[in-house]
Design a protein around this ligand. Structure first.
Ligand SMILES: [Zn+2]
Length: 142
């Protein structure tokens, strides 16, 4: 059975209402007013985890910086590790200063799985980092 969700209040129904019976939002007009990336950003708040996961992956591919605040919020809410993981991956792909700063802050997370995901997402961006103390005989700058 297909369930429909109102993108304004996320109330679900079994009918594809034009106007949300709960909050009165004109659902068709709402979607018509959004471009592709905006629709994906709205879908990040969808209550069924498969939808935000798919939306996050697509946004990562689009590299649309408008998605960054919504993706960060998704990780912060952390209702679902798979959703958070998809959002972390997308932030790594989008790679704006804000996204990278947030991913770096996740390296201090108390949750080891979140730290791993953040490290993986930062991986390709990390090249600008200087080698750390793991090279005791590294070049001496003095
Ligand atoms: Zn509604």
């Amino acid at each position: 059975m297909v369930r429909y969700y109102c993108p304004g209040c996320w109330k679900d129904s079994q009918e594809d209402f034009r106007k949300c019976p709960s909050c009165g939002l004109d659902i068709h007009r709402f979607w018509d007013s959004k471009d592709y990336a905006e629709k994906l950003i709205v879908s990040l708040r969808h209550p069924e985890p498969t939808t935000p996961i798919r939306a996050a992956r697509l946004l990562g591919r689009l590299k649309d910086p408008r998605a960054v605040p919504a993706l960060i919020k998704l990780v912060r809410d952390r209702k679902d590790l798979f959703v958070a993981g998809a959002a972390i991956g997308a932030l790594g792909e989008i790679g704006t200063t804000e996204a990278v700063a947030f991913l770096e802050s996740l390296l201090q997370s108390s949750d080891g799985r979140i730290r791993d995901l953040a490290r993986k997402a930062l991986g390709p961006l990390k090249t600008r980092r200087a080698p750390d103390s793991s090279h005791p005989h590294g070049k001496d700058s003095t």
